[in-house]
Design a binder for this molecule. Structure first.
Ligand SMILES: Nc1nc2c(c(=O)[nH]1)N[C@H]1C(S)=C(S)[C@@H](COP(=O)(O)OP(=O)(O)OC[C@H]3O[C@@H](n4cnc5c(=O)[nH]c(N)nc54)[C@H](O)[C@@H]3O)O[C@H]1N2
Ligand SMILES: Nc1nc2c(c(=O)[nH]1)N[C@H]1C(S)=C(S)[C@@H](COP(=O)(O)OP(=O)(O)OC[C@H]3O[C@@H](n4cnc5c(=O)[nH]c(N)nc54)[C@H](O)[C@@H]3O)O[C@H]1N2
Ligand code: SF4
Ligand SMILES: [Mo]
Length: 716
């Protein structure tokens, strides 16, 4: 038996794990008590990581789709065919006929993060799509507009704050997002134990709301108005005190006139939160010695995601929280992704080009996934004819699932790098399965950049991979090599290939660490070798003030009244003018939810995670159920302008009346030919079969999957 220490990479919390292995089989997983950041915490998914490694449905060999079904083929042949097909498409239709869809797990692997930009560049395509545009695209855009890098995110300094306002996030269940804070519940409990206050704004009384001092149920899709009213109160009541930020933030005064009409009295009937409560919330927030507002999906996944999330920054800045202890701070990662990403890729920018369908601006070199299906299906110049799917499942994850199905089936060529045969890559021509997480060395290049405490860890391989398997990094390197050989000639390609194999990802990470903020010229003197000597990871201490030095904007200044927001504001005002205050009892708004034992669409093959309370049900308030004569577990038909699905009802007063909730990532049994057998045998439907792909924030392109109008009737 051997014992290994390794961070979990299933979610952003990145908990340290202690993994015991006998004969190359995992025999136990628990939290690593010596991990300085997670201190022994582990959630059920971390424990279930062994199921992934033991799963008989996991793909281990390249596969090719033939008329007679899937056929196992060798790596050499598979990689040759992939490169040749991509190059053939490029020759025939031009570089923009090749599309990439990058799924959420790419952020959890150093291979994809460091190599995909190179493959995109080698193929010369701008057709880049990812899960980010169903998730956090407003946050990338605002980080670029305000701080100069789409990867430079402030996080709440929760270990030192006295007041945390959470808007549209459920970190006790999601374990935190764009905020790496393992064992968040304990951190929040500690905050409350030292006299701090937790306030949650959410249409549902979530597990996070349940431990809060104050839960404000809000009508979905109206956070923008609540936040604008809080800003209005700050100006009206003389509470604007930006502190040190006044030295490098421009445009604060201009905001007063923007929010002048958003009085608490005007927004109360729209949001469902009464005016006095809004006013006292603004006052309490401003008065707290240390405070931060944090927001996630409930704010981003709306038609006003960018302007709404901008108000999160505005509130933090106007009350002097930016870059202050206990406030809205920046991590300083040893591998400085916000800086390196800004300097070495084309991510820094906005609206440099637009999508062919919908004319939507690129954000950090990406188009919205909501238009991907139409980009594939609509004839014309730059129509996508080949797709590269990496660690993604857009059929279940992107609005308009049926149309995505049609689109992927219509391609001339599709390759997927994934170790499951999922709802999306069942349409692929070739699937290249990488080794799973514990079979590869790993260094987290992403999440220390959004950590609530600075840290760094090395993740050594825990299990020996089966012979003749490849990691994501090796697969991408091999495809690149073949593309280079065809485009640059064998000699240059060989030289590049040799350099990449020597340097990527390990050498690059070591070089970045040495020259980085904690590198050889700093007191920490970090190198990869030194980090490897600390199997539990290295604590680099609490967050430090870094502004204005760390800003990557021109002149290191923040333009708070940014022209992009000013240009969107007339739309915001127009929406406010027609925002409905009167609603019929038949109207319902649909929101999503996550379960502690879920992981988007892809851990439903683990028997220990699925079942019990982790089911695909429609949560509904008792009054709404009674009005529809619906009882617990009755099947109901849920209908939107895009279609209908059926699910059993779960009645609970944790829902706000008029709001229902259906989780995403389910419905594996509704499509033929998926490879995860337990998942396919599990009941459920895909909410993205009824979400509306035409509903997105036009500024960032982020899908508006929350606050979706639905009708619910008892199934006959
Ligand atoms: N309606 C609605 N839709 C949503 C959301 C919502 O709240 N509501 N949430 C959105 C959000 S936030 C996200 S992030 C997306 C997620 O959307 P996606 O990223 O498209 O989907 P996932 O379910 O994460 O699927 C991940 C795939 O990656 C594979 N995989 C896992 N690990 C690895 C690896 O190391 N290497 C490789 N090559 N493959 C791997 C898995 O087998 C799986 O097939 O869904 C979005 N869709
Ligand atoms: N267990 C588990 N953890 C996960 C994941 C998972 O699938 N399962 N997925 C990971 C991923 S990819 C991500 S992006 C993160 C997401 O992290 P979070 O954003 O914390 O996750 P959600 O549970 O989607 O939280 C969104 C909250 O917004 C609320 N909400 C919906 N609409 C509105 C609205 O209009 N206004 C307001 N104020 N609130 C609203 C919902 O009720 C929900 O509680 O979680 C990550 N962690
Ligand atoms: S919270 Fe769970 S899934 Fe997330 S990193 Fe920790 S153990 Fe893994
Ligand atoms: Mo996400």
């Amino acid at each position: 038996m051997s014992v290994h220490y390794r961070a979990c990479n299933l979610c952003e919390a990145s908990c340290g794990l202690e993994i015991t292995v006998t004969d190359n089989v995992i025999t136990g997983v628990r939290g690593d008590a010596a991990d300085p950041i997670s201190q022994g915490y582990v959630c059920p998914k971390g424990v279930a990581m062994q199921d992934l490694h033991n799963d008989p449905d996991r793909l281990k060999h390249p596969m090719r789709r033939t008329a007679a079904g899937w056929q196992q083929i060798g790596w050499g042949q598979a990689l040759d065919e992939v490169a040749a097909s991509l190059l053939r498409t490029k020759d025939k239709y031009g570089p923009n006929s090749i599309g990439f869809y990058l799924g959420n797990p790419i952020t959890h692997g150093w291979g994809p993060i460091l190599l995909i930009p190179q493959l995109l560049k080698a193929l010369g395509t701008r057709q880049r799509y990812s899960a980010a545009s169903v998730d956090q695209q407003p946050q990338h855009l605002l980080s670029y507009l305000l701080f100069g890098s789409p990867l430079l995110f402030p996080v709440p300094d929760i270990d030192r704050t006295d007041f945390l306002l959470v808007v549209g996030g459920n970190p006790v269940v999601s374990n935190g997002s764009i905020m790496t804070a393992p064992n968040i519940k304990k951190r929040l409990d500690r905050m409350r134990a030292r006299g701090g206050r937790l306030v949650v704004v959410d249409p549902r009384r979530t597990p996070t709301a349940r431990i809060a001092d104050d839960h404000l149920p809000i009508r979905p899709g109206t956070d923008l108005y609540l936040l604008a009213a809080m800003v209005q109160v700050l100006f009206a009541d003389g509470l604007v005190r930006p502190g040190r930020a006044a030295e490098y933030v421009d445009g604060i005064d201009a905001i007063e006139t923007m929010v002048v009409g958003f009085t608490p009295a005007a927004v109360a009937p729209i949001t469902g939160i009464d005016a006095d409560h809004i006013r006292s919330l603004a006052h309490d927030f401003a008065a707290a010695p240390r405070a931060a507002i944090y927001a996630r999906l409930g704010v981003c996944q709306t038609e006003y995601g960018t302007s709404a999330y901008w108000l999160i920054h505005v509130l933090n800045i106007l009350t002097g929280r930016l870059d202050e202890v206990g406030g809205w701070m920046f991590a300083q990662p040893a591998f400085d992704l916000p800086f390196i990403g800004a300097k070495t890729t084309d991510l820094v920018g906005y609206d440099r080009w637009r999508s062919r369908i919908g004319n939507v601006p690129e954000v950090a070199a990406e188009f919205p996934s909501s238009v991907l299906a139409e980009e594939i299906l609509t004839p014309g110049t730059d129509q996508i004819r080949a797709m590269v799917l990496v660690a993604g499942n857009p059929v279940l994850s992107v609005p308009g699932g049926h149309r995505m199905d049609e689109a992927l089936a219509d391609l001339e060529f599709c390759v997927s790098i994934d170790y499951y045969l999922n709802e999306s890559n069942r349409h692929a021509d070739i699937i290249l399965p990488p080794t799973a997480v514990l079979e590869r060395d790993e260094f987290d290049v992403v999440f220390p950049a959004v950590s609530v405490r600075n840290h760094v860890r090395w993740g050594p391989r825990v299990l020996q991979p089966a012979p003749d398997t490849k990691s994501d990094a090796e697969i991408l390197t091999e495809i690149l090599h073949r593309v280079d050989a065809a485009q640059l000639g064998p000699r240059r390609a060989r030289a590049l290939h040799a350099a990449r194999r020597r340097f990527l990802p390990r050498g690059l990470v070591d070089a970045a660490l040495r020259s980085g903020p904690w590198g050889v010229r700093s007191k920490a003197k970090l190198t990869l070798k030194k980090i490897k000597q600390h199997p539990h990871g290295l604590d680099l201490g609490p967050l430090q003030s870094v502004l204005p030095k760390r800003l990557m904007t021109k002149g290191k200044r923040i333009t708070l009244n940014h022209p992009v927001i000013m240009a969107d504001w007339p739309r915001v005002l127009a929406g406010f003018a027609v925002a409905t205050t009167s609603r019929s009892a038949d109207d319902l708004l649909l929101i999503g939810r996550r379960h502690l034992r879920s992981n988007n669409s892809w851990m439903h093959n683990s028997t220990r995670l699925v079942g019990g309370t982790n089911r695909c049900t429609l949560l509904m308030h008792p009054d709404d159920a009674a009005r529809r004569h619906v009882a617990e577990d009755d099947m109901v038909v849920i209908t939107t302008n895009a279609g209908s699905v059926e699910a059993p009802v779960e009645i609970s007063d944790e829902m706000m009346p008029g709001v229902v909730s259906l989780p995403h990532g389910w419905g594996h049994g509704t499509r033929a030919g998926v490879g995860w057998r337990h998942a396919a045998a599990t009941a459920g439907v895909s909410v993205n079969d009824i979400t509306d792909a035409s509903r997105f924030d036009p500024v960032s392109g982020n899908a508006a999957v929350t606050a979706l109008p639905v009708a619910v009737v008892k199934a006959t």
